[in-house]
Design a protein around this ligand. Sequence first.
Ligand code: ACO
Length: 708
Amino acid sequence: MNQSDTGMDLFFEPRSVAVIGASNTVGKIGYKLMDNIVTGEYRGKLYPINPRDAEVFGLKAYTSITEIEGPVDMVVIAIPASFVLDEVDKCAKKGVKFLVIITSGFSEAGNIEMEKKVVKAARDGGMRVLGPNIFGLYSSRVSLNATFGPKGVKKGSVSIITQSGALGIAMIGMTASEGIGLSSIISVGNKADLDEADLLDYLASDENTRAIMLYIEGITRGERMLGSLRRVTRKKPVIVIKSGRSKRGAMAAASHTGSLAGSDEVFDAVMRQCGVLRAENLEEGFNWLKFIAEAPLPSGKDTVIVTNGGGIGVMATDACEKYGIELLDEPELLRKIFSSSMPSFGSCKNPIDITGQASEVNYREALLAALESDRVHSVMALYCQTADFEKVAYSEMITLIHNEYMRKHKPIAYSLVGGEEVTECVKYLRGRGIPAYQGVYEMVSCFGALYRFRENRLKEVQEEVRIDIGTEAICSMVDGALKDGRDFLLAHEARAVLEAAGISTPKSVIVRNIEEAVGAAERIGYPVVMKIVSRDILHKSDAGGVALDLDDREEVMDAYQLIIRNARKYDPHARIDGIEVSEMVHKGLETIIGARRDRSFGPIIMFGLGGIYVEIMKDVSFRALPLSRSEAISLLKEVRSYPLLLGVRGEESKDIEGIIDVMIRVGSILRSVKRITDMEINPLFVYERGKGVKVVDVRIMIAKDREE
Ligand code: ACO
């Protein structure tokens, strides 16, 4: 998608801006907005609108937007909520393109209807709305600071989209003190119309933006957002900070998938899937942003640590392992690169330890040696304060080194550990945009983010695997159950859904008396399993409605009577539709595959190992649908117990292809039949490679109100 295809050009480059609520009264938001726009030297035409004053900020003021003669691309609104709708109608008449509604007091305060009316009036009038409940936006393209945040925003290559206004204002301050320049910062507030996806689509091809940071509190229209994220992360790093890691958002649990799919786990998995870099907190996010916005992309994986202290070298090595960073490990080559710059007492093993006795000259030479070698792709420079540390000399030396690295397009970052003087040195360097950190982990985690971005860019674009599933047969099964007033499928219906989708299930027959039960068992072959079939009993085991491993006709006859008795005791009013006699599936490795419609991201799929792994360890992983083959594989690899699938202690590896096939088919069912809300295959027994998988039980939940 091109920038101009997004229809957002005039949002980032409005030729004219009007401010409704522009004020000469110091302290008012309408004053601050005007002050920022004027002192920020906005390059377009500015029209203050105020019903009382003839001039605002020395500019002719208009009593209404309709009085302005020329076209107006953007209108910033900062008047009380009750007057906003009238002004929106006027803006529509004027042919305005974008509204930036600063005003609070809409859906966030329970005034949902009013917000809807405002958006409808705007959209009907051909306008898009940012906000309401925002601090505004800054766009470096036309030097527009239409915020009531700080002035003097530093221009640069980072774009920030934030849901929190107050935090956004703080972020402007943080970027300035960190020497991070902004290409844009946009407060999305209530996201009544424009949201992150609209902005990301534009920023993806905005040549002024090298890196993007998102601060998110909640997701609306998540499926659309994922599409935008997938596109943009192939071109630019996107760092996300999301607050609210609690599980409150998890849906009431009708299944494991429901209870395990806490909103944060899903968010985390889905962001990873889209190539987004999720930071734990603001500090980490800003550390990454600072580094990644300027750092050249490494041309390979081989990293070198140069240090004057063994201890911090080891810490950095540990951190590299944690963040998946590969250290160049070729002793001969390392000796060749570093021996000439190495004091006799140093070590050419990676971490390259020039030791605490090394001088500033040794340190500089070692860093330059790494810079010159084509076999070194990125460099971590660690420094531990020594007796001869001299703040100014080191600050100058690092600045010089840094410029050399930037010229050579090789990433480098610095971690300086020590007392007050070192802290000042780090502050000095950071203020000049140099990625210097006090913590070793902080610095290494920045490389982790950079390398993940690199990997994501190199990943091939994966196509969704499309499989023919018997949609018609599945729909008729769902229709029948809905007509019956149920929100779930009976066991045999659920199995029929799987069969229609090409997932094989155990042989089974529904019987209504003992003779039929015995006949069915003999046809299927012993041992068999028997289960109650009742629309009123969802949890069959709890009702004593399941009997396993029945070896002969006597056991089948006894089980039949016992199951009926138990079911009647459990719920005397339960309607009993019969008993299902099925093939007893021989045990394999127990796994679970679940799929459901997430409130934020639409259809998602879950995989985990069953039994205790899912019950106690909660060892599961998620992906948003659609699922490509490689995504399916990475989903499997993400569970901690994945080695069990590869086979441990001399066991054969398991039928991973069989699991992937079932996952892709389950994903297709959920994508094609919107009335299916939840599916869970639990357990799915997995056998040795080539011997397939077997569904033991499946549960499917349905809902009426979904469009196919
Ligand atoms: N057309 C043009 N101008 C108008 C109109 C109108 N229809 N109605 C009022 N005005 C003028 C007023 O005369 C006034 O100008 P004056 O100072 O010359 O008299 C100016 O517009 C502002 O109107 P007030 O009634 O004085 O409104 P006030 O400034 O007190 O409040 C505001 C307006 C700021 C929009 C308020 O309603 C509000 O929503 N505040 C919260 C904003 C906010 O926090 N947003 C979220 C940001 S994110 C975060 O958390 C930081």
